[in-house]
Design a protein around this ligand. Sequence first.
Ligand SMILES: [Zn+2]
Length: 63
Amino acid sequence: MGFNDRGGNSRGGGGGFRSSGPREMHKATCADCKQETEVPFVPSGDRPVYCRECYQKHRPARY
Ligand SMILES: [Zn+2]
């Protein structure tokens, strides 16, 4: 067993992971512009969900 085996196919399991496959998207309403959008996670209802444009506005600036 090598420790240098990173990046390989070490993720065993269902086998549904594709490098460029479509992600499961969930419909949500943007908390800002109220437009319908799709997010790659399940909206919890606890946090506001933003569409792409509003997400850019609301994401913390790291630079
Ligand atoms: Zn929006």
